[in-house]
Design a protein around this ligand. Structure first.
Ligand code: AMP
Length: 396
């Protein structure tokens, strides 16, 4: 079965076409600057990349071009759109009701529309991407895969904030967690590598956005992102967890409103805010290597918070079998991985620093020291494959 995976942003649309008989990616690409002017980069293994400007007034025009490229006589990989068995859509937020991947009908979309306030950045474009695909491919089943649904198994005492309970009842203010599809994929891979289904696993998804998740017996028990993706470890431009009074103090001191303080904590903090150099970890590492104090400090803060969360999750689970690094920083920044794992032997985490420093990129690698009580793995994430797999399983 062939599954098309779509990830729609406000001005972009990413896609991948999978052949689920063998898991191969037949084609993938990115439509950019939707609603502005437009450009598409379309890639098929064994063929030259196709990059052209295009006029995308909306998501519908973008998906129409994607389908015409997928079925193109020269560039195409399928003869007709009918070969697509189903479409899987990535949604960041499924709220409290969409607790697992689901075939999307009117009821589901109505519910997603009712919770856009919880997810104002990603919700509306993902819904409009879905509607465009449904209009262009009306006879194909469309499935929603939600980043939050991996956290449906978290206990109430871990997702309810200690604030007046009525605020949860009235406004649904609680921990939701994000990046769930990535954590689900790498945690399952780690359990496979351990050969143990009932494993205790901590997965560190460290990229431009970062989160850490604890998984026990294949089910998540806690995660560092909360009501929004703003909670947890410091990120490219997000602060991560703070004393809750910091935002209101900034508002008073700078004489600014809620939106502006959100902007500071969302877009001007994290690696960028502390280093003053960049939100990109590579730039911050380069500046730190040159001896810049604030870049060195930004990286030390990041490592400090990652270690703290790992320690707290070991305590929550009363043990640990595997620690996993994934996403842009987790998969590529060998120095950061080593700094996180240093002086964690009390918890059983011991890394073979030579293997870590020389391990190939893009592969699942065991970087733990020989005889270490806890395995440390580097596992490239693959959210798109997970979305395709859920989609296939639901429509089959
Ligand atoms: P992602 O959001 O998963 O695409 O990850 C983006 C982050 O990964 C950025 O901060 C990049 O700087 C970081 N990254 C990618 N490659 C490397 C690398 N070789 N070393 C350090 N950080 C990297």
């Amino acid at each position: 079965m062939k599954i098309l995976v779509v990830n729609a942003g406000s001005s972009s649309l990413k896609y991948q076409l999978f052949d689920m008989d063998n898991g191969d990616v037949l084609a993938k690409g990115l439509c950019e600057r939707i609603g502005i002017d437009g450009a598409i980069t379309h890639k098929c293994p064994g063929k030259p990349d196709h990059k052209v400007d295009a006029d995308f007034p909306n998501h519908k025009a973008a998906i129409e071009l994607v389908l015409s490229l997928l079925t193109d006589k020269e560039l195409g990989v399928i003869r007709s759109v009918d070969e697509i068995g189903a479409v899987g859509h990535r949604f960041a937020h499924g709220g409290e009701k969409l607790r697992q991947s689901s075939v999307l009908g009117d009821e589901e979309i109505k519910y997603l529309e009712s919770i856009v306030e919880l997810n104002p950045l990603h919700g509306p474009p993902a819904i409009s991407g879905f509607k465009a695909c449904k209009e262009v491919m009306p006879s194909i089943k469309h499935v929603g895969v939600f980043d939050t649904s991996y956290y449906a198994t978290i206990e109430d005492y871990a997702y309810i904030y200690p604030i007046p309970y009525e605020l949860y009842e009235e406004y649904k203010i609680r921990r939701y967690g994000f990046h769930g599809t990535s954590h689900r994929y790498v945690a399952a891979k780690a359990a496979e590598m351990l050969g143990k289904k009932d494993a205790k696993i901590i997965t560190c998804h460290l990229g431009n956005g970062s989160s850490i998740t604890a998984t026990m017996n294949g089910k998540s028990v806690d995660t560092s992102m909360g009501f929004t993706p703003q909670d947890g470890v410091p990120m490219g431009t997000r602060s991560g967890a703070l004393d809750p009074t910091v935002p209101s103090f900034i508002m008073k001191k700078l004489g600014i409103g809620a939106e502006e303080v959100d902007k500071i904590l969302n877009s001007k903090s994290g690696l960028l805010g502390v280093s003053g150099v960049s939100s990109d970890c590579r730039d911050v590492c380069a500046a730190a290597d040159k001896g810049e104090y604030r870049s060195q400090l930004a990286l030390k803060i990041l490592v400090h918070h990652i270690k703290k969360i790992i320690g707290s999750y070991v305590a929550e689970m009363n043990g640990l079998d595997a620690l996993v690094f994934t996403a842009g920083i987790g998969e590529n920044d060998r120095g950061l991985r080593a700094n996180v794992c240093r002086e964690m032997s009390y918890l059983g985490i011991e890394m073979d620093e030579e293997v870590n420093a020389t391990c190939p990129r893009g592969e699942d690698v065991d970087v733990s020291a020989k005889g270490a009580k806890v395995k440390t793995f580097v596992i490239p994430t693959n959210e798109e494959y997970m979305i395709a797999l859920d989609t296939m399983n639901l429509v089959k």
